[in-house]
Design a protein around this ligand. Structure first.
Ligand SMILES: NC(=O)c1ccc[n+]([C@@H]2O[C@H](COP(=O)([O-])OP(=O)(O)OC[C@H]3O[C@@H](n4cnc5c(N)ncnc54)[C@H](O)[C@@H]3O)[C@@H](O)[C@H]2O)c1
Length: 250
């Protein structure tokens, strides 16, 4: 997507989950608005397919955000001035209800969706505070607004993303750093969401048939993320913005 806006001229923004779906659309949107983008994904081959940017404004970093060393490498690639961070990388669970959770799924979902986000946010904050300016956008989910949109591990992780965001906004808004959530409903991406539970299928299936809004395109999420990263949202911090076609209103 290209447009006439230059909201990110001279700005550097880190985007995780940059190789596909909402992350990729966000990279494209930010590049089209003149940002310098640090594109992070665990799958290196996906980063190879990102569009070229003029003036070397695109820097790719293959990194798994659950790796404790990842944040230092990403910040090293970004350089001293980081204006924005979009924590977009995330994975689904297998719609496991509580009694059917396996430890590996629980640990992985929380590690990617929550701990990875925390580590990178923790790492960028000191520089943002020093400059008195920064915007952090965390991608949550409609599953962070209710109990009936995913399995228990994913639902737990996305509710925690909201809490993490509110607490970060509380502590750092007075220092000039804003922190917000974009909460998507269903979006056409490569995320995998297999049903591993018969009980979950019985319980959620009818709700999904009647309540789900139309599937959105990743660009519709990218425009909201870009808005929150930009100065156009300069008085918004601690918000959970549903970008879900009205699902949260059901
Ligand atoms: N697609 C939806 O319907 C939907 C709905 C609500 C919320 N979300 C959220 O949107 C975000 C983006 O998801 P998407 O739908 O674009 O998925 P996607 O699978 O298309 O893209 C996610 C990208 O993140 C990368 N990634 C996964 N784990 C990583 C890790 N540990 N380190 C670095 N990169 C990693 C993947 O390689 C992938 O390229 C996620 O946080 C997801 O929970 C998606």
């Amino acid at each position: 997507m290209s447009n006439d806006s230059h909201r990110f001229s001279g700005r550097t923004v880190i985007v995780t989950g940059a190789g596909a779906g909402i992350g990729r659309a966000t990279v494209e949107r930010l590049l089209s608005e003149d940002a310098r983008v640090i594109a992070v994904d665990a799958l290196e081959e996906r980063l190879a397919h990102l569009p070229e940017a003029a003036d070397d404004r695109l820097v790719v970093v293959a990194a798994d955000i659950t790796d404790p060393e990842a944040a230092a490498r990403i910040l090293g690639a970004a350089g001293a001035q980081i204006d924005g961070l979009a924590n977009i990388a995330g994975i689904m669970d297998g719609f496991e209800p509580t009694a059917e959770i396996d430890d590996a799924t629980w640990d992985r979902v929380l590690a990617v969706n929550l701990t990875g986000m925390m580590r990178l946010t923790r790492a960028v904050l000191p520089g943002m505070v020093e400059r008195g300016r920064g915007s952090i956008v965390n991608v949550g989910s409609e599953a962070g607004q209710r109990g009936s949109a995913a399995g228990t591990p994913y639902t737990t992780s996305k509710h925690a993303v909201n809490g993490f965001t509110l607490s970060t906004a509380f502590f750092y808004s007075p220092k000039g750093v804003r922190c917000n959530v974009v909460a998507p409903g269903p979006v056409a991406t490569s995320i995998e969401a297999p049903f591993h539970s018969e009980w979950a299928q019985q319980r959620l299936g009818p709700l999904f048939q009647t309540n789900l809004p139309p599937v959105a395109q990743p660009q519709q999420l990218a425009s909201a993320i870009a808005w929150l990263l930009s100065d156009d949202s300069s008085n918004v911090s601690g918000a959970v913005l549903s970008v879900d076609g009205g699902w949260a209103a059901v």
